[in-house]
Design a protein around this ligand. Structure first.
Ligand code: FES
Length: 156
């Protein structure tokens, strides 16, 4: 995965090239772009629109409609703190505030060192383990702020 500063028009064109002249390329092309960079760089929107034969505004529409796409660089790890009712009541809000405070970011932001992106999520379907946090694909139940401090150390 490359960082934002390294993205050139040549990189973008190289990703688009195999898709040119084909139908139904918009979503596969956006997926490919995100796979390569970890997000869909804004400078790629116009070339993508041109290749797909749509207006840039339509590309933005797709990007904002589908939660799978990101317009900003992401951290190496994503912390998802459940704010569903059960988790909220059991201290999920304190955990979210603690994690944000500790990392110096707001929800939906990424730390300056690109280590973590923080997200607030609704019920993860395991309310009996509230409050619940996921880091990448790892699940942590009955979280406390102390437990969060410990587990976050495992993600560099
Ligand atoms: S409310 Fe958090 S898992 Fe259901």
């Amino acid at each position: 995965m490359e960082t934002e500063n390294q993205i050139s028009r040549a990189d973008i064109d190289a990703i688009i090239a195999p898709f040119r002249g084909r139908k139904g390329i918009l979503i596969p092309l956006l997926q490919k772009m995100q796979e390569r960079f970890g997000y869909v760089p804004r400078e790629s929107i116009e070339p993508i629109a041109e290749a797909a034969g749509v207006f840039p505004v339509e590309v933005y529409g797709i990007l904002t409609f589908y939660a799978q796409f990101y317009l900003e660089p992401r951290g190496r790890h994503t912390i998802r703190v459940c704010q569903g009712t059960a988790c909220y009541i059991m201290g999920g809000k304190d955990i979210l505030d603690h994690v944000c405070g500790k990392l110096g970011v707001q929800v939906e932001e990424t730390t300056k060192d690109n280590r973590f992106t923080i997200e607030r999520v609704a019920c993860l379907g395991c309310c009996g383990m509230a409050p619940v946090v996921m880091i990448d694909n790892d699940f942590y139940g009955r979280c406390t702020v102390q437990k969060m401090d410990e587990v976050m150390e495992n993600y560099k």
